[in-house]
Design a protein around this ligand. Structure first.
Ligand code: 5GP
Length: 248
């Protein structure tokens, strides 16, 4: 296991460390889980492991489909060497079915399908509780340019297409998800953060059983069994061998 460098930043579930190459960092996934602006907190054994490997697998699928992600390589089963990015403080949400905050705020029937999907931008800011914003507000806040927002929307639609197909082939319905983007040294927009059961609604595509963090948010069911189920459905023994990590 490589020794981690100096801690740069610690978020609610991940920590970011310096790496020997200046243009890279190590993103380390912890077992911490939070909900409701961090009001509900716990630590669930193996969560960091599942989210690291699920994110890695999904980032690899995206890279194979021409979408640039922060992923450089895994260094162990909870740490990913990643491109160093200047993060854009937006939560980019894509919705294929109506649920969650959308049906709390708007008169949609639960499970109304959206085709094309709804793309929503929220301002990533705990103090203001991540409010929804539109292009004009994002531009006025100098978070992103008009061109950045158009590009982010286009990449998000492509990500939705690629992941919906891959996950459906593995028995998982991609209901909605949240992405975060950043810019590299050359100003390219790159997918950062993670794609995991913490950041997506994953339902069994036949029974619509919840297999994601909603179980923790609502205090229902065995959260880690659901993460384990997603892990089993998309990660093979060959992946584990290829990554040269313990099967844990
Ligand atoms: P909603 O707005 O319905 O609560 O969430 C929509 C989707 O975005 C869900 O898949 C949810 O997991 C994700 N999402 C939205 N905001 C956040 C956030 O602050 N943190 C995390 N981890 N996921 C979020």
């Amino acid at each position: 296991m490589e020794k981690l460098g100096k801690l740069i930043y610690s978020g609610k579930a991940k920590s970011v460390y310096e790496y020997k190459d200046e243009d890279k960092v190590v993103v380390s996934f912890r077992d911490d889980i939070t909900a409701g602006d961090g009001e509900k907190k716990d630590s669930l054994s193996k969560k960091g492991y599942y989210n690291t490997l699920i994110s890695t697998k999904l980032f690899e699928i995206l890279e194979e489909n021409g979408i640039a992600t922060q992923l450089v390589k895994l260094i162990d089963s909870s740490s990913m060497v990643s491109k160093k990015l200047e993060m854009i403080p937006l939560e980019v949400i894509a919705r294929n079915l109506a649920t969650g905050s959308l049906i709390r705020r708007f008169p949609f029937e639960e499970k109304t399908p959206f085709n094309p999907p709804i793309i929503q931008f929220d301002f990533k800011n705990d103090e203001f509780h991540d409010p929804m914003l539109n292009d004009d507000i994002a531009i006025a806040l100098k978070i992103a340019t008009k061109e950045d927002l158009a590009e982010i929307r286009e990449i998000t639609l492509k990500i939705n297409e690629v992941l919906s197909k891959f996950l459906d082939e593995n028995g998982i319905l991609l209901v909605d998800f949240k992405l975060e983007f950043g810019k590299d040294n050359n100003g390219n927009i790159i997918l950062g953060d993670e794609i995991s059961p913490d950041t997506c609604r994953f339902w069994d595509n036949k029974t619509h059983e919840t297999l994601d963090k909603d179980l923790f948010r609502k205090g229902e069911g065995d959260v880690m069994s659901a993460y384990h189920e997603i892990f089993n459905r998309i990660i093979s023994n060959e992946d584990i061998k290829r990554w040269s990590i313990d099967s844990n």
